[in-house]
Ligand binder design. Structure first.
Ligand SMILES: [Ca+2]
Ligand SMILES: [Ca+2]
Ligand SMILES: [Ca+2]
Ligand SMILES: [Ca+2]
Length: 439
């Protein structure tokens, strides 16, 4: 049997080094010498926006967005970052189905001014986000910002305290994005009159995770329904005047919906940044890491190491690459009341980054990732075609379900499609059989 070999040299990045060689399928078996590793680096999102429902489309062009929660509003305010990977030269369409992302880092930076949230690098159970007891400010009207009084509401019955060190601080969590009302990252109009955050009672971009079975799930209301009872009606303020507004009664609802602990893509961690790091310094200074319970300083960057070894997250990212866009949403359940009083942070957008004074050399959200493009015949996803692929190739052909369980990070349908024409037919099976015979 004659096996045409086609080995071409490509400018392989990072791991492969300048002498890296890689293989391309040309109808026969291509034995890659080194994995074909590539990197993509974004120093800003292609588009970024806020999901805060009350600001319409103006969130698209604000210099900062805020991440916050208020009883019963869920994750109503989040930072959405969209990266055009297709325009950056990362394969799209069927070529992206053969990609395995092996490392991904997202960063987000607080705005140099504004309120401050408290730092927490670890997850909190959803019950800790419920109302912990205290005064709730009542404003002149619903959505108003003039305080007219306050009502003490005790901790709601399901609230769980974690102790003084962990109460009152929340991690910054990273999620995937589901677009609604027909929008996508590609079609999103990033102008002050463009795509609004919220239309017809639905967020146009909604945070998602994947449950323990890998099924997509909205995490908008992962904190659960608040038991704190609010009503619209007449309220007598501290000044003795009556206001038609929205206020807590001091009672609790009988059967509020429980929340759940989401499977985050990553948690934001404070980290050391050396002085003089381009895009990451203020007046030439980098940053020192902060600790649990510290206020997140202005112009402070958090790093998110995305869990690319989770099969569902890998699948989400791969399908993003197929469409040419990766979208991520950062969310912090930091408390803000309806007048936006509370301890939450402003987070830098690309518009904010572009308009800061020169002393602030601050990139907005960044994204970088390394990925392998798997050559046809690579069935264990290490970027090579060698004897290690014999078992996996046999399994992909004879036991696809077993293959999916054993190699959850890989797309079995894409790998068995040896000629990349969108199907697995006799020609592909023949090619795999020939491969097996040659290994
Ligand atoms: Ca923007
Ligand atoms: Ca905490
Ligand atoms: Ca392999
Ligand atoms: Ca095929």
């Amino acid at each position: 049997m004659t096996v045409p070999l086609s080995i071409i040299c490509l400018p392989a990045l990072a791991l492969a080094g300048p002498s890296g060689t890689s293989a391309r399928w040309s109808g026969g078996v291509a034995h890659a010498v080194r994995p074909e590793l590539h990197s993509a680096v974004f120093v800003q999102p292609t588009k970024d926006t806020s999901t805060y429902s009350n600001i319409g489309a103006s969130g698209n062009t604000r210099p900062y967005v805020w991440m916050s929660t208020f009883p019963d509003e869920g994750r109503q305010s989040n930072l959405v970052a969209m990266f055009n990977t297709g325009a950056a030269g990362v394969p799209t369409g069927p070529d992206a189905a053969r990609i395995r992302i092996i490392r991904m880092v997202f960063t987000a930076c607080t705005y140099p001014a504004g309120p401050r949230a408290i730092y927490d690098p670890s997850p909190d159970p959803w019950q800790n986000t419920l109302w912990a007891g205290g005064d709730i400010i009542v404003y002149d009207v619903w959505g108003g910002s003039t305080p007219v009084g306050s009502e003490y509401v005790p901790a709601e019955p399901r609230y769980v305290s974690l102790g003084p060190a962990e109460d009152g601080n929340k991690p910054v969590e990273l999620f995937g994005v589901k677009y609604n009302n027909g929008w996508s990252a590609a079609s999103w109009v990033e102008t002050g009159t463009g795509t609004p955050a919220y239309t017809d009672g639905v967020y146009n971009a909604e945070p998602i995770d994947f449950d323990d079975n890998g099924v997509e799930r909205s995490v908008l209301f992962s904190p659960g329904e608040s038991a704190v009872e609010f009503v619209f009606g007449l309220y007598v303020g501290d000044d003795g005047q009556t206001y038609d507004t929205y206020y807590p009664t001091g009672n609790f609802l009988p059967d509020p919906v429980d929340g759940f602990d989401p499977n985050v893509f990553a948690l934001g961690k404070s980290y050391f940044i050396p002085d003089g790091t381009p895009g990451h310094s203020v007046g030439g200074q980098g940053q020192d890491p902060i600790s649990l319970g510290d206020e997140i300083p202005p112009a402070h960057r958090l790093r998110f190491d995305v869990r690319v070894d989770d099969p569902a997250i890998q699948r989400y990212l791969r399908s993003g690459l197929e469409a040419g866009w990766i979208s991520l949403m950062a969310s912090q359940l930091a408390y803000a009341d309806i007048g936006l009083n509370g301890s939450y942070s402003y987070w830098l957008t690309k518009e904010g980054s572009a308009t800061l004074p020169p002393v602030f050399d601050l990139d907005p959200c960044t994204l970088e990732f390394d990925y392998l493009t798997l050559p046809p015949g690579d069935f264990n996803g290490d970027g090579l075609v060698d004897r290690g692929d014999f078992g996996p190739a046999l399994m992909a052909l004879t036991d696809p379900a077993g293959f999916e369980r054993a190699f959850g990070l890989l797309d079995a349908a894409a790998l068995t499609d040896m000629d990349s024409d969108g199907d697995t037919d006799l020609a592909d099976v023949t090619a795999i059989a020939r491969l097996l015979a040659g290994l």
